[in-house]
Structure formats: C-alpha cells, structure tokens
Design a protein around this ligand. Sequence first.
Ligand code: 5AD
Ligand code: SF4
Length: 465
Amino acid sequence: MRKDIAVPKSELDSARKAAERINNNLSGRKPAYFIETYGCQMNEHDSEKIAGILESCGYVPSESKAGANIIFFNTCCVRDHAEKKVFGNIGALKKAKDEDPSLIIGVCGCMMQQKAVADKLFKRFPYLDMVFGTNELHMLPNLLEKVLEGERVELVRDMEGEIAEGLPVKRVEGVSQFVTIMYGCNNFCSYCIVPYVRGRERSRSVKSIVAEVEALSQEGAKEITLLGQNVNSYYSEDENADFPALLRAVCKVEGIERVRFMTSHPKDLSDELIRVMAEESKACHHIHLPVQSGSDRILKLMNRHYDRKKYLSIVEKLNSTVPDAELTTDIIVGFPGETEEDFEQTLELVKEVGYSAAYTFKYSPRAGTKAAEMPDQIPDDVKKDRLKRLNDVVAEGLKRGNDKYIGKEGVVLVEGCDRRGEPMAFGKLPSFKMVYFPGDESLIGTMQNVRITGTAKNSLMGELI
Ligand code: 5AD
Ligand code: SF4
C-alpha cells in the first residue's frame, strides 16, 4: 500500500538557517550549487528536485563547478562503466577541497543504491561529505544540515511503498515538462539493474499527479510527459485507476495541449491504452516501445515475456487504430549467446517496423543481474560491429519515415528557437517528429500549422501555413 511522505517545513527552515551561516564567509554572496547528472529522464527529474530543495535552503545555481559551494553528482549505473567516471570526478575535486575545506561534495543517484559501491566511495575519499540514495531526497535538508555542522553522512535505504510528495522542484524552464507517475520496476529483465536499485513498483495517486499537472499548466506548461520505467503497469490501488484512466484524467487538465508518456513495456500494453490514444485529442501519437531484440530465443533469455509475433501484433494494432503514430524503441546488441542469426532477426524486425528513433546499446554486464552470469558473453568487437550495422538499418528506416512527411501539414507546439543561422523555431508534431521552420522566440509556447518541405537527419524542415 502506498504511503505518501513529505519534507517537513521545519527541516527546510532548519537547513536554511544552517546554510545562512556559510553566507557569513561569502561576504553576503549567496551560496551556490552545481549538479552533474548522468542517465535517464528520471534522474534528470531527481536533479530538479535536489535543485528545488537547495534553492529552498537559500542556494543559487552556479554555472560551473568552479563557482560552486556545493557540488552533487547524480549517478546512473544502467549501462556505462560509469563507476570509474564517478571515482575520477571525486578524485579530481581533491585540490578544490584542499583549497576550500568548506566546499561540500555529494554523490547520489542509482549507483549509490548499490550499497557496496556507496561504501567503497565513502571510504576511498575522506573529503567526500555526503552519499545518499534515490529514496533519500526528502531527507536532503536534514542531511545537509548535518554536513554544514561538520559531519560526514552516508544514507542509502531500500524503500517499499513510500513516495515522497510535494518536494520543491526547480524545473528547467519550458513549455514541455516531465512528471514522474511511478517509481521502481518489478520486471527483472535479466540484463537490467533498475529493479535492484530503484526497488519495487509504486504508483503515485491520480490526485497528486493531476494536481502537479494543474500547477505546471498555471506556470505555462503546454506539454506533459508522464514518466515511469513501465507506465503500463501504473496502478493506483485506492483509486482503482490504471494507466489509461490516468492518461484520460491528465488530458482533461485545462491549458495542457499535449500529453506524452514513456516507457511502455510491450507485455503490458493494453487495447484500452491504444483506444485512449485514438480518442483523446491531447494524447500524443507516439509510443516508446522497447523491443530489445528481434529473436524469440534472446527475448526469452532476457525475460521479456513477449515474443516477436506478439510485439508485431501490437505494432499492427497501433498502426491500424492510430495511423499517424510514431514508434521509438530501445535495442540491445550482443546479449550473452546472441548469434549472428539472432542479430539478423533484430535487423529484420527493425526494417519491418520502421522506427522513428531507436536508442541502441551494446550489452553491458551489470553485477548482480542474471545475464551477467550467463555463458557465451559476446566479445566487444562483435558487439561494436553489430551496433554499427544496426544503426545503419535504423538510419535507413528513419530516412524513409521522414520522407513520407514531405508535403504534409501538421500542428507544431513550439518549444524553442535556434539562432545559429537564420532564426528557426522548433517543436514537435503530435507524433514524436521534431520540425524546424523559420520563426522566432515570440512563437514559443504556441501551436502553429506548418507544412513539411524537407528533411534533415533527425528532424523535418517546414514552413508556416
Ligand atoms: N546493457 C545494455 N543496455 C541496457 N539497458 C538496460 N540495461 C542494459 C545493459 N545491461 C538499456 C535497455 C533499456 C534502456 C533504458 O537501457 O535497452 O530499455
Ligand atoms: Fe529494466 Fe526491464 Fe524494468 Fe525496463 S522493464 S527498467 S529494462 S527491468
């Protein structure tokens, strides 16, 4: 059962007072923070919460590490050999810390949920002030206060069922905003570390999500992306609401023009969701539907709970119900035991589906996952070669897909303006396609009718109608 928790105002006040003390050493200048974020949008959004909390405690953003009084690294451990990088980053700050012992250095995020890594880091660098996990954000004021009083703190906990609500958030400005609807993952795909570091699935209430979207709408947001590792298994028990119900509720929020969501696991994608996409005019015609592999044998080893036939039948249903829908995906090459034949089945599937973007990765063993222990690990040069061949096939499909838009018209929600040459406004169609067209900053946040006149590598070119 979900239990909502919040940051007590008294803790924010107390941390603010502690932070004010360092003002004295800064001749009245406000203390500044810098956050370096690795990984996915969930991590980016966590960093926005850390920034929100720090600003509530009186800190201001710093452009660089050099001008900062507090530096955080928000880490990821999903794919890269990021551990080395984090140890390198902390090592590189030794000189700065020697010169200014009041500098606070903290490390947080998914990698710290691996207790052994957190311990190792905390021991290796005696000048590292704080280490905390993904479940401790609401305790940051409290931890910060302790650090300001001279303590070193390490806090990493597993958390079942608890959700921190109402944390202050410092959002990157813009018409398009992210809202996390659930945390954790129950799927245990055999290659993936996420269920170990982010814990079991827990869904926020429809009520809190809608309240957050309403507040964002009042601040000028026009597009919302609902975020979760597997949004299709969203379920708010006390409200008896599943993901399609949540999507309908968010689409009703006044002022919001578009609602996106990611990521969808194919095993849980329901007909009802496809129906909502077709019926609700604000629901975007895009699904990020990671396939991971086109080979049934590998999908089974990956513990994905669908086969190629089931995946293609979802794609077919989507195409026939929402004809202009765009699909994006994630694919892993070089999973243990993947033969050339398995890999070719992936290439065939990519050709058949025609993705408008595919995030492609070389398999990278994560300690503690099943796949890391599997026989027949694939040599790196084979992975590299497969990745290149896959990316070539993805690019061909993307080009074919883009060409289909030429001469068509659509509505773009303008997100920004690129001024590197002639001012070009840019934004997305209801599908995921990004369009650039002549226009300036005055168009940001508006919906514009455009005609597509050409294509670039990853986007479309257009003109105002
Ligand atoms: N190696 C390579 N790619 C991975 N992903 C997750 N774990 C691994 C791993 N161990 C990819 C998957 C997932 C995306 C977020 O990251 O494709 O969908
Ligand atoms: Fe990882 Fe699979 Fe969960 Fe996605 S669905 S986060 S790949 S375990």
